[in-house]
Every structure is written in C-alpha cells, then in structure tokens.
Design a binder for this molecule. Structure first.
Ligand SMILES: Nc1ncnc2c1ncn2[C@@H]1O[C@H](COP(=O)(O)OP(=O)(O)OP(=O)(O)O)[C@@H](O)[C@H]1O
Ligand SMILES: [Mg+2]
Length: 228
C-alpha cells in the first residue's frame, strides 16, 4: 500500500505552488492511472511519490516505510531497490547496446535473468542493437525491460506512450500490462489519453494541484479494446 497524506510541493521558494494538499491510497498490485490537464501537477506528484523529490510537507508511506522521513542515502536505496521508472522520453544510453542498457537495470538488483525480459518485450533479435537503430516503440520496450529487470515493487510511468503512434502505443501498453499480470507489481501511470484509464483499476483525476476525482474500474479493458 502507498499512502500519501496532505502533500504540498512548491517551486522557486514557494512562488509556484504545485501540489496543494494531495492525499491518496494505492493498494499493492493496483494499476492506477492519473489524468489531468497539462500543468496540473501530475509529474510533480509522481516525483514525490517515488522519492525523486521531497515534498514541502506531508508524508508518503510505502507499506510501513515513511519515505519522507528517510535521509538521502536511505531514499536512494529505496528507489534503487523498490522503484522502476518509465518516461515519455526514453533516456537510454546511446552508446550502449539494448542488452547493456537493460543490464544496467538488472545489475542494480543483482538480477541475472535480464535476457529473458528482453525476450519478453519482443526484442529477441535486437540484443546488440544501439538505441539509434531502433524505432520509438522498440526503444520504449527497452526502457520497460530496463525498469523491470530491477524487479521493482512499484513501477511509475509518466506518459509512456506520449511519443508513440497508436499501433505502437497499444503494443507497448499490452507488453506492460502482460508483464504486470505475470509479476504482480503495482503500477502508477500518468497519461493524457483518457482512453487508457479504461485499462486501469483505479482512476485519479487532478486539477490545479489537487485530486478532484478517484474512482474504481471493475472491468478493465485490454490495450486492444480501448479507443485511442
Ligand atoms: N522544477 C520546477 N521549477 C519550477 N516550476 C516547476 C518545476 N517543476 C514543475 N514546475 C511547475 O509546476 C507545474 C506543474 O508541473 P508538472 O510537470 O507537475 O505538470 P504536469 O501535470 O505533469 O503537466 P504535463 O501534462 O504538461 O506533463 C507547472 O506549472 C510547472 O511549470
Ligand atoms: Mg508531466
């Protein structure tokens, strides 16, 4: 369970108030989607929930660990051991092959089976390719493999399909959701695509730094059943 309580976060010494008292609970194994207009604070909330940034006030608790009370070293270890990230931009290391980009993630967790996950995201023939030799969807699948090679307990995705066309976007979402059902990690995904909310168990809507709506979806659809 992830529990955020009254999170406030501002930038520029308080001049820009971005999160204004956000509280939420996300159950283990949940797939939560966060929707909201540009600038509403979605990425900032993801950074605070994942321990990349500290809130001005409020708490974020994972299970029984209060990450807002951790020192920098503890927080770094927490992110390394528990958390995976996938962003809109791929952030792959351009001079490394697919295999070595994923190995970087795997090494953090001492995971020797990272080749298997490259195969699971459909990149069996691309082990030695460099990111520049791959399509956008393939690069995003390398990011999925890299994030999951760490065996995270929770996966944060910020607009993972934002740079992809419809067909590729659906394929990437399908890979992610299949890996999720096999491994059972928790997933929190920010998206502008309202249709993707139909794949989630929990839908959270933000506006101007506040949560305005939370609802459960009892019959999630697959990546190929939703509109786009
Ligand atoms: N490091 C920062 N310094 C100053 N302002 C920031 C910083 N990070 C975010 N902001 C501001 O906080 C507000 C919310 O930004 P955030 O990136 O969380 O929005 P978002 O909902 O993710 O938007 P988008 O959908 O466009 O990605 C914006 O007005 C942004 O300019
Ligand atoms: Mg954002």
């Amino acid at each position: 369970m992830i529990k955020a309580h009254k999170i406030y976060k501002s930038f520029q010494s308080g001049a820009v108030q971005v999160l204004k008292g956000v509280s939420l609970e996300i159950a283990d194994g949940d797939f939560a989607v966060i929707l909201g207009a540009s600038g509403s604070g979605k990425s900032t909330l993801m950074s605070v929930l994942s321990g990349l940034e500290r809130p001005d006030s409020g708490t974020v608790v994972f299970g029984n660990q209060d990450i807002t009370a951790m020192n920098d070293k503890q927080l770094t270890e927490f992110r390394r051991d528990k958390v995976g990230f996938i962003f809109q931009q791929y952030y792959l290391l351009s001079h490394l092959s697919v295999e070595n980009n994923v190995k970087l993630g795997a090494d953090l967790a001492g995971n020797k089976n990272f080749r298997e996950i490259i195969e699971q995201v459909g990149l069996k023939g691309k082990f030695k390719s460099k990111p520049s030799e791959l399509s956008g969807g393939e690069q995003q699948r390398v990011c999925i493999a890299r994030a999951l090679a760490k065996n995270p307990e929770i996966l944060f995705l910020d607009e993972p399909t934002g740079a992809l066309d419809e067909k590729t976007g659906r394929e990437v979402l399908d890979y992610i959701s299949r890996l999720k059902s096999e491994r059972g990690f928790t997933m929190i995904m920010v998206t502008h695509n309202e249709n993707i909310a139909q794949m989630a168990n929990t839908v959270i809507r933000m506006n101007s730094g506040e949560i305005t709506e939370v609802y459960k979806n009892n019959s999630p659809k697959t990546a190929f059943e939703i509109g786009w």
